[in-house]
Design a protein around this ligand. Structure first.
Ligand SMILES: Nc1ncnc2c1ncn2[C@@H]1O[C@H](COP(=O)(O)OP(=O)(O)OP(=O)(O)O)[C@@H](O)[C@H]1O
Length: 256
């Protein structure tokens, strides 16, 4: 028996005034599975991404596990384990890499003023534990310890991308959505990204990844949703998508 869906969308649509940017999109993703979303420029990928996380006005329904979360606002979705990263890296620039991670881990790290005054040793111990947990989390997301004390803008771009994924994931995610995680990455950084995505899948995280980088998506996706002119052109495993005539014509054909 197949595992239940981690995330499912039905009849997803987005309009900007008279422009139909997305219409009738329907897919699901299961724990441990990576769904790739591809399509030519203007196909509706970003609109789809924003629509799932309720960042734009949209039609359709969104289910997280068994729960209909269509009416849940973005912060409520994050609280339920649907996390998203942004295409642009977004950091607290004045904090170190480690403190960025501590900050998103939130409650785990903050002992509070009252606790610090009334029980300073316990508060210090909790802060130490939070910092260790944050450091472990960063290493797990391919951000090596040599960068933890630096500010985000001081670390290499490829490591910044990993940091942004780590921050999006926070203290855990049932579903993690990534918008072009491979943008601007080359050789070794790309290999690190593949390793990270593969390990998240093994841990049972469901991933939804918008990507222009065909080699990456064909290598790591279990299924791919192809959008073109706001419509869902195809949905299937990479082997099927690579040979789909409509996809070749609409997407790959336009790229050549
Ligand atoms: N805020 C907006 N207002 C008006 N039109 C928009 C807006 N955002 C996107 N669009 C239009 O909606 C359509 C889909 O855009 P979208 O950004 O979702 O596509 P995309 O597949 O992500 O494209 P790209 O690969 O270029 O980022 C395009 O025609 C785009 O011009």
């Amino acid at each position: 028996m197949q595992a239940p869906c981690a995330l499912r969308v039905e009849g997803l649509g987005v309009r900007y005034g008279a422009l139909v940017a997305l219409e009738g999109v329907a897919w699901d993703v299961r724990p441990g599975e990576l769904l790739g979303i591809i399509g030519p420029n203007g196909a509706g990928k970003s609109s789809c991404y924003e629509a799932v996380t309720a960042m734009v006005r949209r039609q359709g329904r969104v289910f997280l596990g068994e729960e209909d979360v269509t009416a849940v606002p973005p912060h409520g979705l994050a609280g339920r384990g649907l996390k998203r990263a942004f295409q642009q890296n977004a950091f607290f620039e004045d904090l170190s890499v480690l403190d960025n991670m501590v900050a998103v881990l939130g409650a785990r790290a903050h002992s509070g003023l009252a606790a610090s005054v009334l029980a300073p040793r316990a508060a210090a111990r909790r802060r130490g534990e939070a910092a260790r947990f944050a450091a472990d989390q960063l290493v797990r997301f391919q951000v090596p310890a040599i960068y933890h004390d630096r500010q985000p803008r001081e670390i290499p771009y490829g490591v910044q991308r990993m940091l942004s994924i780590a921050l999006a994931f926070g203290d855990g995610a049932r579903v993690l959505m990534l918008d072009e995680p491979a943008a601007g990455l080359g050789g070794e950084d790309m290999a690190r990204l593949v390793a990270l995505l593969t390990s998240l899948k093994k841990e049972g995280v469901a991933l939804v990844v918008i990507e222009h980088h065909m080699d990456l998506i064909m290598a790591v996706a279990d299924r791919i949703c192809v959008l073109d002119l706001g419509r869902q052109l195809a949905l299937g495993p990479p082997s099927q998508i690579q040979h789909d005539e409509r996809v070749l014509e609409a997407y790959l054909g336009k790229k050549q």
